[in-house]
Structure formats: structure tokens, C-alpha cells
Ligand binder design. Structure first.
Ligand code: SF4
Length: 469
């Protein structure tokens, strides 16, 4: 089937979860930035519209997109954005029927052609890593030759072969921060601004049942070279004044030697930056923490998930509570702040298990913690379990409108557990947040860090966001 008419300009959009509501804290969007960089490298101009952070209303978003007079618009969607994509696509097609609309991102990698059942307005879907394949669509290549593409031929849905994972990540052009208003991005644990996010690797070999990361980037770890990573850091530091970098890799320390090489490259070039990363508690040691600290790492986020070993095992997290305690204690000892992610409402979890999580979170000496109810995202093992066990009142929960108040989420994907229903899970998440952040010793430590009026402003904003006031 012939391709679309080649385009000179593409508009790439990240919609907000709720129209009219942006995020106080969000990072530059790497998925869209990588697609944009690949298009630009191949001579196609790109405009990025980040409504996730700007929170445009539906009318505003459509107006801003159409002002660019595009013939191809690409949306990137996590499952929580899927409903907003449908609404935006419907409005765009109403106003401009000839516009071609493509959707990619984690939601499509998880659900493939499913969204076609909910919309007649979307023309193309992309699953897996999309840089090269989205470019092929924009360049007008025949549709059947584009891997990872899903499209309709009359009433028939065609799902092309899966895209190859990009082997040489160094070959990808760097995300171009000039496409964003970098001042808009912030994190509640930022030490300095402006900040930028980056990915040094792709792929995670672990099998946590709630996680969908492998559906886009696969299970095989692929690494950029330390020189290439630090070239990107240096470029963004010198060109845009970026002072802080957030590594968004799933587990940065999967290969410790490689992390040491990145640190030594930052040191060798004498780049004065701060940085943060995510990793697992079973992939760290004291010597590594010290090396990371020396090159500017000041905070590490760990997926701890639960304070119950039984629940960790159910989640197939592959870690022990002892490993958690040891990693956090060594991290703190090395002078790096530690943050923990926790989830409440996992398969077979009881209120007692959740209370163990709350207690555990408070005894670890963490600097920050986030608690959330567990959601069954499509494509995960957890989703399969939830459907098989009738734990989801609606298996297409993510296609419902998300209510404005987080207390009254219609679209939550929470598990309907026997004796531990979603309302109770939400209540315990609130208790967990308040219990963690409103401890007198914690509050005192927090207040003692405040030095300037700017610190006060930021602290109030962060605090409200963290404890969800
Ligand atoms: S949660 Fe982290 S460690 Fe587990 S599978 Fe996902 S990316 Fe890998």
C-alpha cells in the first residue's frame, strides 16, 4: 500500500491526562524528543507541543496544533493519556479531515491495535521503538515496509512485523532541548535548575509483574558508550546551561563497570553538574555509591514497592527486605539521598501487608518516598492476573475519562481485592504519605534544609505534591 504524501513538518504532541490541568513537576519527554531528533536529522522539521506539562484545554490544544498547519500529527501516549488522545483526535479530524493522525508510545506497545475499537479518527499506530519507523511514515515510504506500524486497509487492520530493537544506541541523534521550553520542567527533588532527562541505556531483563517497560524497549540491556552519554551531558550543560540531569533508565547500575566509566568520564571532563538515577537495591554497593557521589550523583530512587516479603515475591520483584535495608543504609552512608517507591493494593495483599509497607518505609531513613495504589496496566502480567481473577471491574478502565479529583478517579485500574477494596487502598496511600512526611523528626530535617525564600516556595510546592494536599 502506498505511503502518505511526504511531509516537511511534523507536529508531535504529548497530551495532558486531564485537559486543562498540567503537571507541577515533569521531565522533558524523551520518547518524543528522540523521534523529533531522528526526523530533524533526516531533514523533517518538528514542532513539539507538551500539553502534559502545559495543561492546555482541548480547544487550546487543537488550536495550537492546527496553527502549525500540519499534514501529520503524532501523539505519544501512556495508558493514562489514551482517553485524551481519542478526544483530541476526534476534534482534530472534525476540524481538519485530511490531517493524518498517528499514535505511539507505551500504551500502543501494550495494546497494539485495540485503540482502533474506540476511534475512527486515528490513522496509524506505532508499537515498539519508533524513531526510524515514524520517520519512514513521514517520508512517504510504502506502509507495508514500515515495521512496528499498524494501519487499516479498508476494514482490515494490518499489523506489520515488530520493529527491530535499535542495536547501536550511539547512532541515535541527541534529543534537542531547543524544541522545548526547558524552564517549564522541574522535579520536587531538583537541587538546581534547569534540568534535563536522559537515557543511557534501554532494556531491562527483570520480570516484575506490574511493569510494562519491556514492551517498548525489550528485555536485553543495550548500553550507550560512556563517551556518547557524557557528550550529550556536556552539550546540554554548555549550550543550555543544564545543571541537573535525571537518568531515566530503569536500572542505571545493571552494569556497574559501565557506570564507573560514565562517572570517570564526567570527572575527567570536569563537568560540574548534579544528577539522579533509578536503580534496584540488589545492583549497588558502597564503592559504587562513592564513585557516583564523586561525579555529582546526589539522589537515587529505588523501587522498593512493599514492606512485605510475601508481596515482593508475588510481584516477582526479586529482592529481599534485607537487601533494601542494606542498600538504603549504604547509600545514605555514602552521602547520597535515597528515595523509595512503594505500591499498595497488589495481588493477594491485605490491609495488614499494606501496614507493614507503611511501617517499613518509615524505618529505612529514606529522604523521600512516594506511595501509590497499584494499577493493572495493559500488557503486564499483573493485568493478565487481574482479568483472570475478576479483579478489574472494567478491563478497559484506561479508556474512561479520569475525574479531576484524584480521590474520585473513575479510571484507576486498581485491583478489586477481597477484603481490601480500592477505596481502602486509596485511604492507606494517604495514610502512608501523611505518616511518612508529617513525622516530627522528618519535618524538622526538612525545615533545616530551607535557606532562602526560593527554598520556601519550592518546598511548599513539593510538599503539597508529595503528600497530595
Ligand atoms: S520495575 Fe524496574 S526492574 Fe522491574 S521489570 Fe520494570 S524496569 Fe525492570
Amino acid at each position: 500500500m502506498t505511503g502518505i504524501k511526504p511531509v516537511n513538518t511534523v507536529v508531535l504532541v504529548s497530551p495532558s491526562i486531564i485537559f486543562g490541568k498540567g503537571k507541577n513537576f515533569a521531565y522533558p519527554l524523551l520518547g518524543i524528543l528522540y523521534i523529533a531528533a531522528f526526523l530533524q536529522k533526516n531533514g523533517i522539521a518538528v514542532k513539539i507541543i507538551d500539553s502534559f506539562v502545559n495543561g492546555y484545554t482541548l480547544d487550546e490544544l487543537v488550536e495550537i496544533i492546527l496553527k502549525e498547519n500540519p499534514s501529520l500529527v503524532g501523539f505519544s501516549a501512556m495508558s493514562c493519556q489514551a482517553k485524551a488522545v481519542l478526544e483530541a483526535a476526534a476534534e482534530l479530524k472534525k476540524r481538519c479531515p485530511s490531517l493524518k493522525i498517528a499514535v505511539g508510545g507505551p500504551h500502543i506497545s501494550s495494546t497494539k491495535d485495540e485503540i482502533f475499537n474506540f476511534s475512527e479518527d486515528i490513522d496509524f499506530l506505532f508499537y515498539g521503538e519508533g524513531e526510524e519507523n515514524f520517520y519512514k511514515l513521514a517520508a512517504g515510504q510504502p506502509l507495508e515496509e514500515i515495521n512496528g506500524l499498524i494501519y487499516k486497509n479498508g476494514n482490515k487492520i494490518i499489523i506489520n512485523s515488530p520493529p527491530q530493537l535499535i542495536r547501536e544506541l550511539d547512532d541515535l541523534p541527541f534529543p534537542d532541548l531547543a524544541l522545548l521550553d526547558i524552564k517549564k520542567y522541574d522535579s520536587y527533588f531538583a537541587k538546581s535548575l534547569p534540568l534535563a532527562s536522559l537515557m543511557a541505556s534501554r532494556g531491562c531483563p527483570y520480570g516484575c509483574i506490574f511493569c510494562d517497560a519491556h514492551l517498548t524497549h525489550g528485555k536485553i540491556l543495550r548500553l550507550r558508550t560512556p563517551e556518547n552519554i557524557v557528550d550529550e551531558i556536556e552539550n546540554n550543560h554548555r549550550k543550555y546551561g543544564i545543571k541537573q540531569f535525571m537518568f531515566k533508565d530503569s536500572d542505571l547500575t545493571l552494569n556497574k563497570n559501565w557506570v564507573r566509566e560514565i562517572c570517570s568520564e564526567i570527572d575527567k571532563r570536569n563537568i560540574r553538574i548534579t544528577w539522579t538515577c533509578n536503580t534496584r537495591v540488589d545492583l549497588v554497593d558502597e564503592e559504587l555509591f562513592k564513585t557516583m557521589k564523586k561525579s555529582g550523583c546526589y539522589m537515587i530512587s529505588f523501587g522498593i514497592e512493599s514492606g512485605s516479603q510475601r508481596i515482593l515475591d508475588v510481584m516477582r520483584k526479586g529482592i529481599t527486605l534485607e537487601q533494601v535495608e542494606r542498600a538504603i543504609s549504604l547509600c545514605k552512608k555514602s552521602g547520597i539521598e535515597a528515595m523509595g517507591y512503594f505500591m499498595i493494593g497488589n495481588p493477594t495483599e491485605t490491609e495488614d501487608d499494606a501496614r507493614e509497607t507503611i511501617k517499613f518505609s518509615q524505618k529505612l531513613g529514606l529522604d523521600l518516598a512516594t506511595f501509590g495504589t497499584t494499577a493493572a496496566y495493559p500488557g503486564t502480567e499483573l493485568y493478565k492476573w487481574a482479568v483472570e481473577n475478576n479483579a478489574l471491574p472494567d478491563r478497559f478502565w484506561y479508556m474512561k475519562r479520569v475525574a479531576v479529583s484524584s480521590d474520585a478517579r473513575e479510571a484507576s485500574g486498581n485491583l478489586n481485592l477481597k477484603n481490601f477494596p480500592p477505596a481502602k487502598q486509596t485511604k492507606l496511600v494517604k495514610e502512608a504519605n501523611k505518616g511518612f512526611y508529617l513525622r516530627p523528626a522528618y519535618l524538622l530535617k526538612y525545615l533545616l534544609k530551607i535557606r532562602t525564600y526560593y527554598d520556601v516556595e519550592r518546598s511548599v510546592k513539593s510538599f503539597c505534591d508529595l503528600i497530595k494536599i
